[in-house]
Structures are given as C-alpha cells and as structure tokens.
Design a protein around this ligand. Structure first.
Ligand code: DGP
Length: 114
C-alpha cells in the first residue's frame, strides 16, 4: 500500500523515531504522544483493520503484544502498569488504516476510556 503512512514509515520513506524492528513488526514513537511513553507497534505486512485478520495472523498479533510488553518493560512500566490499545474502525478512533498497537505508560490512566 503505497499511500499508507505506516507502510512508508516501515520503508523509511517517512521519518519516525523507530525503537524496535524485527522480521514481523516495527515499533516507533507516536507523533502525537498521549502519555510519557507512547509507542506504536505495527506489523510489517499491511493489514487495514482488525476485521481483516485471518486465522494465520494470530501468532503475529500475539507477537505485537509481546513486543509491546517488552517496550513497556524497557521504559520501566511493567510493575506500575501500562495500557495496550487497538482502535478498530472510525467510531473507535482508528485514523490510520494499518493496524497498530498503542503502548501507553508513565501516567495514571482512567477507565472507561473516552
Ligand atoms: P489511531 O487513531 O488509533 O489510528 O492512531 C494513529 C496514531 O498514529 C495516532 O496516535 C497518531 C499517530 N500518527 C499519525 N501519523 C503519524 C506519523 O506520520 N508518524 C508517527 N510517528 N505517528 C503518526
């Protein structure tokens, strides 16, 4: 997907502060952070929404969460807590249609979310 901004970040065609990469995922700092830690974990492969996941993608999504946990632990949030968020489709707040895990930490958070 040439027009996808997260595909372009993956390919280094757009700048981003990348913090982790492996064969399956890329993680980078959110441009508009909502907490002291706000990292996005994306799959390398373009998947528009969680609705598009196939059964074979289940290990990939598990890996995204494991990488998110590693990012949170590296920043010292493992014990105090951190939040993992997937916004799925517009009413839930999805604005970039390449699935991404938000890893948020470093401040107290409220529930329910807005
Ligand atoms: P969502 O609303 O759940 O689709 O989250 C999209 C997030 O992506 C939002 O927190 C802002 C972030 N974002 C949008 N464009 C860019 C960009 O060009 N670079 C980076 N690093 N983050 C971006």
């Amino acid at each position: 997907m040439e027009s996808c901004i997260f595909c372009r970040i993956r390919d280094d065609e757009l700048p981003a502060r990348k913090v982790y990469e492996d064969e399956l995922v890329v993680a980078f700092e959110d441009l508009n952070p909502q907490a002291p830690t706000h990292v996005l974990v994306i799959p390398r492969r373009h998947i528009a929404t969680l609705n598009d996941l196939q059964p074979d993608d289940e290990p990939l999504v598990g890996h995204m969460l494991a990488v998110g946990a590693k990012m949170a632990a590296q920043r010292g949030h493992a014990a105090r807590g951190w939040r993992a968020v997937f916004n799925n489709q517009r009413e839930a707040g999805q604005t970039v249609f390449h699935i991404h895990l938000h890893v948020l930490g470093g401040r107290p958070m409220e529930w329910p979310p807005g």
